[in-house]
Design a protein around this ligand. Structure first.
Ligand SMILES: O=c1ccn([C@@H]2O[C@H](COP(=O)(O)OP(=O)(O)O[C@H]3O[C@H](CO)[C@@H](O)[C@H](O)[C@H]3O)[C@@H](O)[C@H]2O)c(=O)[nH]1
Ligand SMILES: [Mn+2]
Length: 731
């Protein structure tokens, strides 16, 4: 093709709001420098506690400053991407590549099979030639109920796909569609008739799967429906079973068509072999098994990786992603296109801060501008070559026509033969999990894999279209949110301490801005100590009459006040600009604190314990099928405690200690005790007040609420004792 024939398939726009940002960043930098000067020249002369607490607070602030600088690297630039799907169709409609879609599930109790079926149906229904789509489900739970749900989904797809395509239904996850469209949506009698029929079939499928779940197994009379179910008769347990590989829809056959006679996407079920003594490496292990198995079945050069709790929300996503990979000039070095992770169960004020608003709308855009947003494990399209570990060679261009012609795998491969790729001994003495495929040994296998892909010369792209590509399920309780963040902070901190530390591993391979941007996540866990210090020691010093901040009447208060105001105003502005509410921001600040003093602390400690050999890697799956009162409270934005957890003890102790102190200080102010000099301890009092305001819902759960989600008595007792002890120590 001639150079001047080139028509871009996507465009990139840099952000506009840099002026405001520059003012903020420069003024913050000046104030921070003044704070540092204040800390040095007012270093206390007296020995003992005063000096030590001063050293402590200076260290904590130094950490915050370093971390603040790092977070500026995911702020000062931004790029947004826009695709031209019509150009893609015009140029490549006949040469569109095969696309393999991997969906991972791991536990039928925590991840309801109906949800898995829904996700699978949503991606089968993409607006894409079905003969080029293959959907693979990896079931780490090895459950016949999941298999049965998939079998039901394969039957339902025969009506669902033509229905979506003929009536341009955009929401192609049936559950999401029927909850959004509860009544017959149109006067058109053909549509109304079909809508009713499809809904009836969906309800039947739903009822069937729900019944099986209630029963806890597939009943005998249903076993005969699919030969694949016989596999479970051979004695299968979750952690000890042979490989089960079943093709539910084989597009190579002629019979596999929908009710209109059109071909269907291929649908494959895989439960890789698990044996005691063989590490299965969690999700990374199942992705690698899928990569190998799919390479001999469909071998699509593009792979979409989805968690079972993220369904497609936009029928055009495959085409959009291809606009990046297939762009003649800018596309050849793109290894993956990461879509924003969005969630459809977020309440208005997002109580647990799970919407990833700021990362999606700000941080990932900056990472993109630096050449490579993170791979965050789901909603990500990959180039197969890059994912399996190939390096990018400059000037290597892909001929999409050839890819389709040449790499069609052998048709006569027997399933048994392919299944060996998923055997647990297959990876012994191989480079899978190290140089090939997703990396093992890290709770955020995705982040470390993405980093390593970029260090092999590839680039990545972040995409956040107006109509979101995917919708996921965010945790609905405080504890599951904190556990999720523990896993994330642990994995990220582990990367920092390992040979994959972006500063070392990425040195000379990726831009320095990108290395530092990665640190923003890698160092999440490290925030715990400084934050813990800040919410306890200044309060403690209030009781002791030690002043850690300048007096209200001194000019030195100005930089402190400015930093506080500017930081929070900016963060609020950023939050609102990304579509959040004021109360949502308040909730976000609470989660900021809670994550830092519990999840990050646990993540930080666990990483260190693992280095010392005291702990083993684990992957705590987030529960997705919570219902009853818990879900009601979630919808009403009432914070869920309920379970006795040491994390809650930490939170309640901090809150109660601050409360006790504030009562005691208020008392001394009222009786005008000379030791409490308001002028000197104003900032400490403000800090103490902020901690209390942030914790209002927690106090409610401790003292006022009576529902099942209130603070468990054991936690209340423990934290009261601890808080009183701390208070007495200071008093
Ligand atoms: O042994 C396992 C454990 C988990 N999973 C799957 O991994 C996915 C993510 O698990 P989930 O419990 O939903 O964790 P989240 O915290 O919601 O996941 C986020 O964080 C993970 C890394 O910690 C990423 O892998 C995910 O893509 C990202 O959405 C799910 O589809 C699971 O079925 C497996 O396949 N095998
Ligand atoms: Mn999830």
């Amino acid at each position: 093709m001639e150079k001047n024939d080139y028509i871009p398939l996507f465009e990139s726009k840099a952000a506009k709001w840099r002026g405001v940002y520059c003012f903020y960043a420069i003024s913050m930098a000046v104030s921070i420098s003044l704070i540092c000067i204040h800390r040095v020249i007012h270093f206390p002369h007296q020995h003992g506690l005063t000096r030590w607490t001063w050293i402590g607070i200076s260290m904590a602030e130094l950490w915050f400053i370093i971390y603040w600088i790092i977070t500026q690297f995911v702020r000062y630039r931004a790029v947004s991407r826009y695709t031209f799907k019509d150009r893609l169709s015009r140029r490549y409609e006949d040469d569109l590549p095969r696309v393999d879609i991997f969906v991972c599930t791991a536990d039928p109790q925590l991840e309801p099979p109906l949800m898995v079926a829904d996700t699978v149906l949503s991606v089968m229904a993409y607006d894409y030639p079905p003969e080029k789509l293959s959907v693979y489900l990896s079931d780490d739970g090895c459950s016949d109920m999941v298999f049965y749900a998939l079998y039901e989904a394969s039957k339902f797809s025969r009506v669902w796909l033509p229905f979506c395509k003929s009536f341009n239904v955009e929401l192609r996850a049936p559950k999401a569609y029927f909850s959004a469209v509860k009544q017959v949506p149109s006067d058109d009698p053909t549509f109304a008739k079909e809508w009713r029929e499809v809904k009836k079939l969906y309800n039947e499928m739903e009822a069937q799967i729900t019944d099986i779940m209630k029963l806890g197994r597939v009943p005998d009379h249903l076993r005969k429906h699919h030969k694949g179910l016989r596999e479970w008769e051979l004695g299968v347990s979750r952690s000890n079973h042979h490989t089960i590989l079943q093709v539910l829809i084989d597009r190579r056959g002629t019979k596999e068509v929908d009710i209109e006679g059109k071909p269907l996407p291929m649908l494959v079920y895989l439960a890789r072999e698990k044996r005691p003594g063989y590490p299965h490496n969690f999700k990374a292990g199942s992705m690698n098994a899928l990569i190998r198995v799919s390479s001999t079945i469909s071998n699509g050069p593009i792979i979409l990786n989805l968690d079972c709790d993220h369904n497609s929300n936009n029928s055009q996503s495959v085409r959009e992603a291809l606009c990046f990979f297939m762009d003649d000039e800018q596309g050849h070095d793109i290894a993956y296109v990461q879509y924003s992770q969005c969630f459809d169960n977020i309440t208005r004020n997002d109580l647990y801060g799970s919407s990833l608003r700021v990362p999606n709308e700000v941080e990932l855009l900056a990472l993109d501008a630096h050449g490579g947003p993170l791979y965050i494990g789901s909603c990500c399209f990959h180039r197969r070559n890059a994912l399996t570990g190939k390096k990018y060679k400059k000037g290597s261009l892909i001929n999409w026509k050839q890819v389709n012609e040449i790499q069609e795998p052998e048709r006569e491969n027997l399933l048994e033969e392919i299944a060996k790729f998923a055997n647990c001994s297959y990876e012994e003495n191989s480079s899978w999990g190290k140089e090939m495929g997703l990396k093992y040994g890290c709770p955020v296998e995705d982040v470390v894999t993405g980093l390593s892909i970029k260090c092999k010369g590839w680039r990545s792209v972040h995409f956040n279209p107006g109509r979101k590509g995917f919708m996921g399920v965010a945790p609905v309780t405080l504890l599951s949110t904190l556990i999720q963040h523990t896993r994330w902070s642990e994995g990220n901190f582990q990367i920092f301490l390992s040979k994959y530390c972006p500063l070392i591993y990425g040195h000379g391979k990726i831009p320095i801005q990108l290395q530092i941007s990665y640190l923003c996540y890698n160092l999440w866990g490290a925030n715990c100590l400084a934050t813990l210090y800040y919410v306890t020691i200044p309060t403690f010093c209030l009781l002791k009459g030690i002043n850690l901040f300048p007096q209200l009447s001194s000019n030195w208060i100005l930089p402190y006040a400015y930093v506080l105001l500017a930081k929070y105003t900016y963060s609020l502005g950023e939050f609102l600009r990304c579509g959040g509410t004021l109360k949502g921001w308040y909730n976000d600040q609470r989660m900021w604190l809670y994550n830092r003093v519990t999840s990050y602390l646990f993540g930080f400690c666990q990483t260190i314990m693992r280095y010392l050999g005291f702990a083993k890697l684990d992957f705590a799956i987030t529960g997705k099928n919570v219902d009853g009162d818990v879900i009601k409270r979630f919808e009403q934005e009432i914070m869920e405690f309920g379970e006795a957890s040491s994390m809650f003890t930490i939170l309640a102790t901090i809150a109660l200690f601050n409360l006790l102190t504030s009562i005691s200080i208020a008392r001394s102010i009222i009786i005008k005790k000379p030791a409490t000099d308001l002028d000197s301890c104003a900032l400490q009092i403000i800090l103490n007040g902020v901690v209390i305001i942030i914790n209002l819902p927690l106090f409610e759960a401790l003292f006022l609420r009576k529902d099942q989600g209130c603070m468990p008595t054991s936690v209340t007792c423990q934290s009261i004792i601890l808080a009183v002890l701390a208070y007495m120590l200071g008093y």
